[in-house]
Design a protein around this ligand. Structure first.
Ligand SMILES: NC(=O)c1ccc[n+]([C@@H]2O[C@H](COP(=O)([O-])OP(=O)(O)OC[C@H]3O[C@@H](n4cnc5c(N)ncnc54)[C@H](OP(=O)(O)O)[C@@H]3O)[C@@H](O)[C@H]2O)c1
Length: 269
């Protein structure tokens, strides 16, 4: 049995498993012998991934199609969680949108808060109770380097990611005495469907930005390698440097700078 399965098995719940970083988490966790519950809206994607995982890694994969904006998100997922012991929860589902806040649909902004913040805390409250009783387990919140800085054009997204970061850091301190590891994973730009959904056009990214882009493979490898050893994890040297720079700058300067970058990346600019 792998070390990961010993510490965080026998089941993992992964939200956002239909694409990008979440799908990579599902493959890497299953590869180490942990059964997976795959959560996202696109059932066909989840079914294809589940069947690939069962064939390749000889673990069980359950599919749980769900919209995480739903008010009763915990009840919706109850059937998929019935009768299993979850040792690892990966709150990865999330999305962003770029543009001036007042020009955007407020219901989409509300949905962003529901998917990025509300669903993770409700699922954590439900699922981590068992981990605390058993004295072992892990929870990963996928935050972002955006959590460390405000930006015009991404005001709400950055605020949701700052929420995830601070919530994870507080929860880590609460759960450490019970043997439950909490991680705030803060990736920088990572190649996935995220940019398209957010209205960011990768063709506008200059060579330096492209250099900074990671793959879901490297982000997930860093996360799983450091789980239980570090709470706040920023994959990649350049991202660490960016966060350090933002931390030492006056906030109004970093907000202005980050806003410039976001404007440049916005589609059509
Ligand atoms: N890519 C980056 O540059 C980057 C950088 C830093 C942080 N992050 C964070 O990383 C996480 C994963 O993003 P990604 O890059 O893998 O993006 P992605 O490829 O767009 O994947 C997003 C996932 O979230 C799911 N999702 C979105 N809305 C949902 C909803 N209402 N209900 C259920 N599931 C929903 C999507 O599934 P369905 O559409 O099938 O529902 C998909 O599986 C996000 O939290 C994001 O904020 C990304």
């Amino acid at each position: 049995m792998s070390k990961l399965a010993e510490r965080y098995g026998p089941w993992a719940v992964i939200t956002g498993a239909s694409a990008g970083i979440g799908a990579e988490f599902a493959r890497r966790v299953a590869e180490r012998g942990i059964n997976v519950v795959l959560v996202a809206r696109r059932r066909n994607r989840l079914e294809a991934l589940a069947s690939m995982i069962e064939d390749m890694y000889r673990v069980e994969a359950r599919v749980a199609p769900a919209d995480l904006t739903s008010r009763d998100v915990v009840q919706v997922l109850q059937p998929a969680l019935a009768g299993i012991e979850v040792g690892l929860l990966i709150n990865c589902a999330g999305f962003g949108s770029a543009g001036p806040f007042l020009d955007m649909d407020p219901s989409v902004q509300e949905s962003m808060i529901n998917v990025n913040c509300r669903a993770p805390i409700l699922l954590t409250h439900e699922i981590v109770q068992g981990m605390r009783e058993r004295g072992r387990g892990g929870v990963i919140f996928v935050s972002s380097v955006n959590a460390f800085c405000a930006a015009r054009g991404m005001a709400n997204y950055n605020a949701t990611k700052a929420y995830d970061l601070l919530f994870a850091e507080g929860l880590a301190a609460e759960l450490r005495p019970y043997g439950v590891d909490v991680q705030a994973l803060c990736p920088g730009g990572t190649l996935s469907e995220f940019q398209g959904v957010a209205g960011l056009d990768t063709r506008n990214f200059g060579p330096f930005a492209r250099l900074m882009f990671a793959t879901p493979t490297s982000v997930v490898a860093t996360s799983l390698r450091t789980l239980g050893r570090r709470v706040t994890v920023i994959p990649g040297f350049l991202n660490k440097l960016t966060v350090l720079t933002m931390r030492v700058m006056p906030r109004r300067v970093s907000t202005w700078l980050f806003g410039l970058v976001m404007e440049r990346f916005a589609a059509g600019s």
